[in-house]
Design a protein around this ligand. Sequence first.
Ligand code: CDP
Ligand code: MG
Length: 736
Amino acid sequence: PEAAARDGKRSNFFSEQEAWEEQQIRKSRLHFGSDDGGRAGGGYELVLEGVVDFVKSTVQAGAEPDGEMDELAEAIDAKVTLQRELQDERKNLPVYKFKDDLLKAIDKYQVLIIVGETGSGKTTQIPQYLHEAGYTAKGKKIACTQPRRVAAMSVAARVAQEMGVKLGHEVGYSIRFEDCTSDKTVIKYMTDGMLLREFLGEPDLASYSVVMVDEAHERTLSTDILFGLVKDIARFRPDVKLLISSATLNAEKFSDFFDEAPIFKIPGRRYKVDIHYTTAPEADYIAAAVVTVLQLHVTQPAGDILLFLTGQEEIETVEEMLKQKMRTFGGKMAELVICPIYANLPTELQAKIFEPTPEGSRKVVVATNIAETSLTIDGIKYVIDPGFCKLKSYNPRTGMESLRVEPISKASADQRAGRSGRTGPGKCFRLFTEYNFRNDLDDDTVPEIQRSNLANVVLRLKALGINDLVSFDFMDPPASEALLKALEELFALGALNSRGELTKTGRRMAEFPLDPMLSKAIVASEKYKCSEEVVTIAAMLSAGNAVFYRPKDKLVHADTARQAFHAGNVGDHVALLNVYNAWKESGYSSQWCRENFVQPRTMKRARDVRDQLEALLERVEIEHCSGVGDLGAITKAVTAGYFRNAARRQKDGSYRAVKSRQTVFVHPSSGMAEVTPSWVVYHELVLTTKEYMRQVTELKPEWLLEIAPHYYQRRDIDGHEPKKMAKGKGPAPAPL
Ligand code: CDP
Ligand code: MG
């Protein structure tokens, strides 16, 4: 019927050209002029929009629309054809055949576990089926959670396209610091962390008729907490439907947790995948991966390649290496289209991986774990798997969390291999030995909740009124040691009182979508009268690590520009503040960014984040105040959150974390790398060749006693003073 209606529209348009044109122009005002974003009618919105654009541009150019009619008709045809193709593609997905059965099962059972091979259409189709079946009537919404931001965004974009609506209208997404939804939104893709936040404002999720916890097998920290919360909601909201969807076959665990909920299996079509192993372990998997890509490119028949690496840095390195190799081979080889994909990849570049590969060339997608199950890229025939991923690990003794490159699990390796056999027989090249696979890899990845710092989660649960964490319904409970550590940490931050109850400070902290330490710094900025500055610093810290860039041919210029922000050895935190303020002064200019070797993208993001944090300041009633120039006040506020990250310089120039006694170093990119003050506070540790402190600022040790008396005693500060000095000068020297 839709296609018929569209055709109807077209023939009208040819017979009653003028009336139609006038109507389009009027609609164009709705689209571009008013702030309601245009209500030009559901499924045709995008089709019409193209037409409206066209009419507008011809009218503006003073052209006679008459003469352009053929082109206009072609433009419409193209849009209509695209829609039709999309609808055909939808019908070809494995889930389509089970649409009716699935809807029946959802109608019958309140909780349903859905299992289906990656790419079978769970994420993109099921919410649409539910929408078509009326689950979004009466103003109710469908939530679909994703463990990854990029997946939430890209899936929402795809579904909006399939439904022919503008992203952010009927279909939208919500990720931290970015809400692309509106009053009209009925299908909402969101990160699991965002749904968790929504419980704060709406504890029963009353505005949702269906909650789909997607990619459940990933077992992220937020997904695990969601399991407990949605299970609870289902008990007192008989009208809500819960879907737990997963790409792996061991769904019994989910079913057991959700009181024996039925399992709906979508039989996948998976072609045979040939697995190849290396005969000896690879010492350098990056180099091995590059060689393998090129070998495949030269020797294998058409088909795209998917290479799994562990993070942005590796991906960029490999991209560079491949480009260089291709240059040296000149025109002797077919073209290789290199498409990186990782969490922080700018949105405009994300779409590239889904673009069809040009005739005669081969695409190589270089991805993190994100392509393991969250994103399906069509046309992949070859998978290269070095067998590693970046995993969070947590040491409850020191309270330190770090990201480490670790071997993947057998389950992951099989998922990765499966990505090559989706549309035809595939091949997977594992850059490790078969012996490694059988003997060294774990069966499954340990759930994130068992390898994380839980302070954030505990704060969030407390804010939801869940006090007794020991009896919270966890699918796999975290170690009690880790829970205890989190309680201690929140107590030290003043978020909990000695009975473990949320304090006013804790309640305010929970409003910010940030780590408890950073939220605390913001809340503390009230006391030190510098909320303006601390919010800017928090925004810069949250916007990403890439603030500055150093083009190879302009290293000196870049470094000089960068040093200017550190003038007076103000420390990295205040340097970030200086960057932001100077950019603001310039009228948020991109030209300014170029001149100062600052990433415009990071700055724009920082500005967005800042706006949102500022709105939250209002919500928790923290006064906007600016302690212009009072660096001490700013550092104190930062320290109020980060006092655990205090370190003291050792004789050999390294630092030692005051409490954990860990040896750490100033990151070479820090403005403090040459200054090396006796005491510092740092934002985070990154482990590369050594444990490096990133974002470092000088500290007066007595501030630790003043700001965190629960945490530090005088002996912590005087204790490991180099012995000689302490002896020689009689009583312990007054610090600084
Ligand atoms: O969730 P599941 O893995 O079962 O499948 P899906 O993500 O719903 O993907 C179904 C189809 O949509 C696949 O063929 C994808 O290639 C396609 N898709 C796409 O073209 N662009 C996206 N951003 C997401 C999915
Ligand atoms: Mg999916």
